[in-house]
Design a protein around this ligand. Structure first.
Ligand SMILES: O=P(O)(O)OC[C@H]1O[C@H](O[C@H]2O[C@H](CO)[C@@H](O)[C@H](O)[C@H]2O)[C@H](O)[C@@H](O)[C@@H]1O
Length: 370
């Protein structure tokens, strides 16, 4: 199960509404339950699952907000503790490091075109308090530039495309902003570019005025909650609570749902200390991945090896597509066990950079051999 309808309500106003909560949450160690699924490298099949949040009752109210706040709380991964070492070891066994499995990954890529998909926040840049200061390091930028020189490369992010471009500043990449709802091809110097088209796909165009309106309303409404930040990601919005005192999370959740009650065509999901508001259309990072593979001419090809690296629940949509296609690998960036459809893991952006550099070195040496 990926989503759950949850009813949240305000005890004071008596207002209640149903929201969609993504169930791809970090797993608390005590709740980890193994369930069969193909494991990389043929090990015992396993996937870590979290018991579903139960649908909350419509009457009353306080309890429901508490459940929503619990869900907000679980969007920040727990710290690794010594008693969880066993769980961690087992998880790593079934989602091994992409660095330690590098040779196997390379073996599978034989005769195939690698296509790279990279999430931005928490993958190419470390998670920081201020979303406007989530800068990519020069070293990481160089690694991404090098990777794009050898393989078609896309950044797939929840951010507004223009904003992520301002961070990355590489015109040779594909960019899929707003959770894949705004896709643009490279503007220059890429041999994989398709024709002269640059803006390739914007399936949520009709939602622009609505998103703008909701952005303005939320800016106004959330002013009273210190630390809350509303970010306009063009085709979707983020309401950040990383800097909000925990005792005020419920208040913020109520504000958000009060605004959303007038917009049934928008849905609410959760990321890392962020409430994400987006159109109800069926389009996510998984669709963006498929769209880009198709644009590159690999819709039905066996000669392609897509590699998707991401840290967030929204990246799970892309990992799932890869599993369904039986093609390529998802790599989850995480230091702690989480329910995931990814095959491999990397602990943090630094390891992502090491992986990218290693891929470039391998490609260069294989070119030298031929
Ligand atoms: O798909 P992504 O590239 O991972 O974008 C998802 C959200 O990322 C950003 O928020 C996250 O990173 C911030 C900076 O490190 C951090 O402060 C915040 O708590 C995280 O949730 C971005 O600001 C959001 O708009 C994206 O939706």
């Amino acid at each position: 199960m990926t989503n759950q309808n949850v009813v949240i309500s305000d005890t004071k106003s008596g207002f209640s509404m149903e929201i969609v909560v993504s169930m791809r949450e970090p797993v608390l160690f005590a709740q980890a339950v193994p369930k069969p699924l193909a494991a990389p490298g043929g090990g015992t099949p396993i996937i870590w699952t979290k018991p579903s949040l139960k649908v909350l009752e419509t009457a009353g109210g306080g309890g429901r907000i508490n459940a929503w706040v619990d869900s907000m709380r679980s969007s920040s991964p727990p710290r690794r503790s010594s008693e969880s070492e066993e769980v961690n070891k087992s998880w790593m066994l079934h989602h091994p490091s992409a660095l330690s499995m590098f040779e196997e990954i390379i073996k599978v890529s034989k005769g195939k075109q690698i296509v790279m998909f990279l999430d931005y926040d928490g993958t190419l840049s470390p998670i920081v308090e201020d979303p406007d200061r989530a800068f990519i390091s020069n070293e990481m930028r160089d690694a991404v530039r090098d990777i794009a020189h050898h393989f078609p490369t896309a950044i797939v992010t929840g951010r507004c495309r223009a904003k992520v471009y301002n961070f990355v500043k590489l015109s040779e990449l594909y960019y899929a902003g707003s959770h894949g709802m705004d896709i643009k091809g490279p503007t220059q110097g890429h041999r994989y570019r398709k024709g002269n088209q640059t803006v390739l796909c914007q399936p949520a165009r009709e939602f622009l005025p609505m998103i703008d309106e909701v952005y303005k309303t939320l800016l106004e409404k959330t002013k009273s909650v210190p630390g809350a930040k509303v970010e306009n990601n063009k085709f979707c919005l983020s309401v950040h609570y990383r800097c909000v005192e925990e005792k005020r999370w419920a208040e913020l959740a109520v504000q958000v749902k009060t605004v959303l009650k007038d917009y049934p065509k928008l849905k609410l999901t959760q990321g890392r200390k962020v409430l994400e508001i987006r159109p109800t259309i069926k389009w996510d990072k998984g669709n963006a991945l498929e769209f880009l593979l198709e644009s590159l001419g690999y819709a039905n090809s066996d000669d392609v090896l897509p590699i998707y690296i991401g840290d967030d629940r929204t990246d799970e949509d892309a990992f799932k597509v890869l599993r369904k296609r039986g093609q390529g690998f998802g790599i989850l960036v995480s230091k702690v066990p989480k329910e995931t459809n990814a095959s491999y893991t990397l602990q943090e952006p630094y390891e992502v950079m090491c992986f990218l550099k290693r891929l470039v070195e391998w490609k260069k040496s294989s070119l030298r051999r031929f």
